[in-house]
Design a protein around this ligand. Structure first.
Ligand code: UDP
Length: 365
């Protein structure tokens, strides 16, 4: 049987990889070995997803986290290279745009092992974002570019990528959301625990370096969310990096005083429940923007640009760059109660099956 090594390390990658792992397992044609780089390591940022999403336990955990981008990527590269030499796989599978994605890709390609990139072709056109650098480099040297959207296909074509490398499959996050959506209810779970009523609260998340690493932007976000929280209940599961930065800037108390419910990161099922029954989602996350749409909830994205442009075009999502608190609060209040156009940009919920079918066909038995 042919062998694939999957390299993952961050929360959204565990979620995306769960769909493909499930499809690989049920096809029974390709063996999968998982490497966890250790980028996310708290149990509520890592372990919970393996148990909830029935992911196999990684055979390897490199324990690499913290530090500067160069050191982190370098340590991952060294660890992954060693494992790839031992495992000698037929292909390496990577997801998204993190340092784990880039390290897995570089290690494999230098050993002449072909790489499959899931979520290929996304672009923000903002080269100050570490994610943009990681995804451009990964796309440039991967063999299979599995794209989630029409925009992603267009980007790769305009960069001159050969069309036989671009495989339009849809979004694996949509596969996962469809699979788990029916498992959450409008009452109970996180809603009861937090005293929230369906359709009567805002769900916020913030974690992106361009916001957490910039004190001025972070202050705008805190001011805007505090203001909105005076009008509608708001819950904010805090990414560990964001909690640390808010603590350093003495902003946690200000947020709590305005009524924002600051909670620890939640598992996937609780997050799906919080998203599905929210009146509005306010975020800087890529995955959360899309999940809001999967559950037909309007979204405000606190960034200058987004990779998921089709949701802005369809009216489900609006950009509110965190430059000025009043503009962001106004965008939040404007978006409440709105709906976008009926669109279907992320495939049919079978992206993972299509990925496995293509890899199986190309790798042979
Ligand atoms: N998520 C979660 N618990 C949380 C916050 C997010 O399970 O407390 C999930 C969310 O549902 C989505 C993914 O994590 O599937 C998004 O990850 P993140 O925002 O960290 O990264 P991005 O999507 O921006 O790369």
């Amino acid at each position: 049987m042919r062998k694939i090594v999957t390299v993952i390390g961050a929360r959204p990658q565990f979620i995306k990889a769960s769909a493909v792992s499930r499809a690989l397992h049920s096809s029974g044609r390709l063996a999968e070995v998982l490497i966890h780089t250790g980028q996310h390591f708290d149990s509520n940022m890592s372990e919970v997803f393996f148990s909830e999403l029935a992911m196999p336990t990684p055979k390897y955990n490199l324990g690499v986290h913290g530090g500067q981008h160069g050191a982190m990527t370098g340590q991952m590269l060294e660890g992954i290279e060693r494992i790839l030499i031992d495992e000698n796989p037929d292909a390496v599978l990577v997801y998204g745009d993190t340092n784990s994605t880039l390290a897995g890709t570089l290690a494999a390609v230098k050993l002449h092992i072909p790489v499959a990139h899931v979520e290929a072709g996304l672009r923000s056109f903002n080269m100050r974002m570490p994610e943009e650098i990681n995804r451009i480099l990964t796309d440039r040297i991967s063999t299979w570019l599995f794209t989630p959207t029409v925009a992603a296909v267009k980007h790769l074509r305009s960069e001159g990528v050969a069309s036989d490398k671009i495989i339009a499959v849809g979004d694996v996050m949509y596969d996962v959301a469809l699979h788990f959506s029916s498992q959450v209810a409008e009452t109970g779970g996180a809603l009861s625990r937090l005293g929230l009523s369906s359709g009567r609260y805002v769900l916020a998340t913030v974690h992106r370096a361009e916001n957490t690493g910039d004190a001025a932007r972070l202050e705008v976000i805190v001011a805007a969310l505090s203001d909105a929280a005076r009008k509608l209940p708001m819950v904010w599961p805090l990414h560990p990096r964001t909690r640390g930065v808010l603590q350093r800037h003495d902003l946690l108390d200000k947020l709590a005083a305005s009524g924002v419910r600051l909670i620890e990161p939640v598992g996937y099922l609780e997050m799906v429940q919080l998203e599905k029954y929210a009146a509005l989602v306010v975020t800087d996350s890529g995955g959360v923007q899309k999940e809001a749409y999967f559950f037909q909830v309007p979204c405000v994205t606190m960034r200058d640009e987004t990779e998921w442009v089709e949701l802005v075009e369809a009216g489900w999502n609006r950009l509110a760059p965190p430059d000025d608190p009043e503009t962001v609060t106004a965008a939040i209040l404007d978006a409440l109660g709105t709906r976008g156009r009926e669109v279907s940009p992320y495939g049919s919920g079978d992206a993972a099956d299509k990925i496995v079918a293509r890899l199986t066909a190309d790798l042979g038995n």
